[in-house]
Design a protein around this ligand. Structure first.
Ligand code: SPV
Ligand code: MG
Length: 288
């Protein structure tokens, strides 16, 4: 199957990608019209109630990724954190994601175990550039034959190493064969990303995650050029938390479900998201 994400990012459009942490959230993202799914490590960690600090195993993440791929028809980008170890681990893990049908994988240049990027005072330490180039090459080799996009992610700005170091690492990662470069920033304004994008030579297209600087809209991203993918990295889990909190509090406050019933998704809505109608049609056809 042709990689729809590759076609999109190698054209001059902007792919909009929404985070998901299970097949239901992935299906809702598809329904909303996003171009792809971000199998976010942060979201899955949150769903398990643990910090995003290399605590979940790759098989936990892969199982959920596979379940999501099975239920949507838009491409999925797998967040592989640091690749769960060295270049040998990367090759092993990326092969499994490629065979599972991921359109792309993202590997970041932090030490394993990592700490999450947007945490104030988080541990942000990078591995050597050459070591990460080896990881990119291992990822490429493992994805060959599966039309897998390898996205290298530099955390140079997250680690406060500055734009020069981010540019230097980005260039080295493109040279090692990365298809795209994810440049992450924790600044509360888009200035740093705008400055980086302006200086980026455009060797490979960029990917951004504007969680910390939400005022950088899609129109502004398009105007910058060079950026092929925008990932909304944690908005599924944050929306779910807000909705559940509000509903649970209302039920406690009202002493029952009589008030919330008309405000939340209906049971029929959930049946539809479960594709119950298709199962009923199959029953008619096959059950004798
Ligand atoms: C994720 O969603 O897991 C990411 C983005 O990697 S961030 O949480 O900002 O590191
Ligand atoms: Mg992550």
């Amino acid at each position: 199957m042709a990689n729809a994400l590759r076609e999109k990012v190698m054209g001059d459009g902007l792919a909009t990608v929404m985070a998901a942490h299970n097949p239901l959230s992935a299906r809702l993202a598809e329904e909303a019209g996003f171009d792809g799914i971000w199998a976010s490590g942060f979201e899955l960690s949150a769903a398990y109630g643990v910090p995003d600090a290399s605590l979940l195993s790759y098989t936990q993440h892969l199982d959920m990724t596979r379940a999501m791929i099975e239920q949507v028809s838009i491409p999925l980008i797998a967040d592989l954190d640091t690749g769960y170890g060295n270049a040998i681990n990367v090759g092993h893990v990326v092969g499994a994601y490629a065979r599972a049908g991921s359109a792309a994988v993202v590997i970041e240049d932090k030490i394993f175990p990592k700490d999450t990027s947007l945490l104030a005072g988080g541990r942000q330490e990078l591995i050597r550039t050459e070591e990460f180039q080896g990881k990119i090459e291992a990822a490429r080799a493992a994805g060959a034959g599966h039309d897998l996009l390898v996205i290298a992610r530099t955390e140079a700005l997250i680690a406060d190493l500055g734009i020069e170091e981010a540019l230097r690492r980005g260039a080295a990662y493109a040279e090692a064969g990365a298809d795209l470069l994810l440049i992450h920033s924790k600044q509360k304004t888009p200035d740093e990303i705008v400055a980086f994008t302006g200086r980026w030579p455009g060797t490979v297209p960029l990917v951004i995650v504007p969680t910390a600087y939400p005022e950088l809209t899609e129109a502004k991203i398009r105007a910058l050029g060079k950026i092929a993918i925008v990932i909304y990295a944690n908005h599924a889990v944050r929306a779910a938390v807000g909705a559940m909190r509000e509903t649970f509090a209302a039920i406690r406050r009202d002493g029952g479900i009589h008030e919330v019933d008309r405000r939340i998704a209906s049971v029929e809505d959930i049946f539809e998201l479960q594709r119950v109608a298709a199962m009923k049609a199959a029953e008619k056809r096959y059950l004798r």
